[in-house]
Design a binder for this molecule. Sequence first.
Ligand code: ZN
Length: 81
Amino acid sequence: MASKFLCECGYVVRTNSFEGHEIFHLISDTQVDALNNPISTDDVLDMWFESQELIKCNGCNCLHLWDQVSESYVRYVRSED
Ligand SMILES: [Zn+2]
């Protein structure tokens, strides 16, 4: 997988944690609730590695959500409604 891609706005979005910025990981309430007490670092890291990645484009502020089925980022833009 490439470590960058071109957003539709023309901004180069970097996807690795060393060069990238505005990279987030989605973790559900269910995943957090399933952690055993006391919470171990290994369990948190496992949850983080299995989580869905979301990247904000610094060029246009849209969101790119990693789609595990198509193995590509899907772009989401803010509705002006
Ligand atoms: Zn953009």
